[in-house]
Design a protein around this ligand. Structure first.
Ligand SMILES: [Cu+2]
Length: 464
């Protein structure tokens, strides 16, 4: 475990041949290998923007200068590079949720990389091995930084992707704003100890119920990412035939209707929607969970019908995830529970000041310089099965960094053998997640309800 310092950061930059420090001119950077791609510059910014009626919201955080964080487009198997430039007054990093990156690129402060302080930068470079829908966000002071806007969607394209007539990307998230459109406290302790604290304003692409035009009778690929810090959604599509073609960046073994599908923070869904034939017809994506169902976004049919058939969409290509060897797999028991122990000290990455949750009875907020011991030390290339049990009355979207797992079985429901990085475990459920430990390094495993993560429900596995 290395405790990175500012000096360490400079050294790292020098070794990598990246050159000077400070904010560089945007453009091609010296010292890169010839094959390295032009880096995308992601500069953090504090802006004012309209998120609700009643005025502009101050202190909204974003990347770039176009309002919402950009949708990043990458290509499967082709190098990608991004320079994070930190222009906000808080250290930050970027984690590439669901993308199997080398450990040093994973964005978890202390565990794998230094903080990126105000005025500094960090160069990320990796080759996404999988096609699908992913997302990016900080892994430092996450409740505050993500809560204020730093969540963006990633699309990894493949030349083998089936053809659609239109594609839309939805970034689903809430904001905790008061009647004056300004931020209110990001969490309430009594809620952090239960389901998490919900936002007050709900958006898709930072808009209330946006509407997009799509060709009548055409086939739409709708990529949906839940980047909220708290909310679990139950989806329904009204007005058109819709099928789930991918979840969490991987094709589903069997396509199914999205109606009543439950997905939690960090999860993604791709839908194939066959638009109605009549011009002007509306298709609605709804969240029907809880007491206040909500239309998230609408699609409006335009033009003469293309008369397409949803069955024409070829299967998505499987991603190159190694098959778990169940006969040889070693099992890792993992119990999610509540705790009353070990109130964390204040740390640079934003302690909530409470420990409510634990993994195998150890509470850890996930980004302190004195981490707990790893849950398990895994041998590179070996197969493992996580036997995860939820002893709490809440659901938890449990996210593993760096490696994809296969959902093998659940004690409470039939499951498809999905490949994923985030499993929404229900109360009293036991689930088996199998994977090959094929990516060396320290990999977080945590709840993606950020208040749960930051008040103890975080651990990590070490692959050596
Ligand atoms: Cu949780």
């Amino acid at each position: 475990m290395t405790l990175f310092t500012r000096r360490g950061l400079l050294k790292t930059a020098a070794i990598a041949g990246i050159g000077g420090v400070g904010i560089p001119a945007i453009g091609r950077l010296g010292g890169w290998a010839a094959a390295a791609p032009e880096p995308v510059v992601l500069q953090t910014a504090k802006i004012q923007t309209k998120l609700m009626d009643g005025g502009l919201t101050r202190d909204v955080l974003t990347y770039g200068n176009a309002g919402t964080p950009p949708v990043l487009r990458m290509k499967k198997g082709e190098p990608f590079a991004a320079r994070l430039v930190n222009a906000i007054d808080d250290p930050t990093t970027i984690h590439w949720h669901g993308i199997r990156v080398p450990n040093k690129m994973d964005g978890v402060p202390f565990l794998v990389q230094p903080y990126v302080y105000t005025g500094d930068h960090f160069d990320y470079a990796f080759t996404p091995p999988d096609a699908g829908t992913f997302w990016y966000h900080p892994h430092c002071n996450t409740l505050e930084q993500m809560g204020h806007g730093l969540t963006g969607v990633i699309v990894v394209e493949s030349p083998g992707d089936p053809k659609f007539d239109a594609e839309f990307v939805l970034n689903l998230r809430d904001w905790r704003l008061g009647d004056d459109a300004q931020f209110i406290d990001q969490f309430r302790p009594r809620d952090a100890a239960r389901t998490g604290t919900y936002g007050t304003v709900r958006t898709a692409n930072w808009l209330d119920q946006p509407q997009y035009d799509a060709p009548a009778g055409g086939l739409v690929r709708l990529r949906v990412a839940i980047t909220d810090v708290t909310r679990i959604y139950a989806f329904r599509v009204d007005g058109a035939e819709a099928t789930v073609i991918a979840l969490d960046g991987n094709p589903v073994p069997e396509r199914f209707s999205p109606d009543a599908l439950l997905l939690g923070p960090g999860q993604r869904m791709e839908l194939a929607i066959r638009m109605p034939d009549e011009e002007g017809a509306i298709v609605s994506l709804r969240d029907v969970r809880g007491t206040k169902p909500k239309i998230l976004a609408n699609l409006r049919a335009t033009g003469g019908s293309l008369k397409r058939d949803v069955r024409d969409i070829a299967p998505l290509e499987a991603n190159p995830v190694k098959e778990v060897d169940l006969a040889a797999a070693q099992h890792i028991s993992l119990a999610l529970s509540a705790t009353a122990e070990n109130v964390p000290s204040d740390v640079i990455c934003g302690s909530l000041g409470y420990s409510f949750w634990a993994i195998n009875k150890v509470p850890w907020p996930g980004d302190t310089p004195d981490p707990t011991a790893p849950l398990a030390e895994l041998k590179l290339g070996k197969s493992y099965v996580i036997d995860m049990e939820n002893l709490t009355p809440q659901s938890h979207p449990m996210h593993l960094h760096g490696m994809s797992f296969k959902v093998l079985s659940s004690s409470t429901r039939p499951v498809q053998p999905l490949i994923s990085d985030t499993y929404l475990i229900q109360p009293n459920e036991k689930v088996q997640l199998g994977f090959v430990a094929d990516n060396p390094g320290d990999w977080l495993l945590h709840c993606h309800i950020i208040e749960h993560q930051k008040s103890g429900m975080t651990s990590y596995v070490r692959v050596v």
